[in-house]
Ligand binder design. Structure first.
Ligand code: IMP
Length: 192
């Protein structure tokens, strides 16, 4: 079976992605003995996704992919965006979510969208896949599943938050689900 490294330490992301890629042997950073922090110093999802994938590709010379993702809020001019993981100044999902709730207090325009960019380095060539999921931000948390901003995000066409929907449902409509499906379609073609 072909091997592919996931260049991420984010448990929420890895759980979702493992469910979406059944026919490849997925290796974690631990499996390849990479224990450093991966830098994400840039201002776009594309640059961050490339840097993460390329760091691990240089280290391992294996096929690898990285996801860079975040939530963008209309009223906040697209913030937190690429800063979603450390919006409050620290990498803490609860603090980041609380900062968004306080900035959105009393605001009528609740439009938001999640965005994911995947950078895949396959046989030394770089490929990108994207996914977006539109919805709205609630004024308080609901649900215990998911991660990050999921308890305050309701996707368009649904009543439940991403933290209330089963993962199988979230994966069908989420930004990451869409980007990973595009990558899987690409891999199915090149592996055959
Ligand atoms: P990064 O791609 O490692 O920079 O981090 C992405 C951050 O965006 C996560 O830490 C979350 O805060 C947020 N995020 C991305 N995708 C999701 C999702 O599907 N649910 C909830 N939060 C997400």
């Amino acid at each position: 079976m072909q091997e592919l490294v996931i260049a991420s330490n984010n448990k929420g992301k890895i759980t979702e992605i493992r469910r979406l890629i059944p026919d490849l042997s997925l290796l974690s950073l631990k499996d390849i003995n990479f224990s450093d922090e991966i830098p994400e110093p840039y201002h776009t999802f594309e640059e961050n996704a490339f840097t993460k994938a390329n760091t691990i590709h240089q280290f391992s010379r294996r096929n690898v992919f990285a996801d860079d993702s975040g939530i963008c809020i209309g009223h906040l001019n697209g913030a937190p965006g690429v800063d979603s993981a450390h919006y409050s100044g620290v990498r803490d999902d609860e603090k980041n979510l609380q900062k968004v709730l306080s900035e959105m207090k009393g605001i009528d325009d609740r439009r938001a969208w999640y965005k994911a960019i995947i950078c895949l380095i396959w046989k030394d060539e770089v490929h990108y896949f994207d996914g977006t999921c539109h919805g709205k931000i609630l004024s308080s948390k609901r649900g215990a599943g998911g991660f990050g901003y999921d308890p305050i995000f309701v996707p368009d066409g649904y009543e439940q938050t991403f933290a209330e929907l089963p993962l199988s449902e979230k994966n069908k409509i989420s930004h990451r689900g869409k980007a990973v499906s595009k990558m899987v379609a690409f891999l199915e073609n090149v592996i055959r």
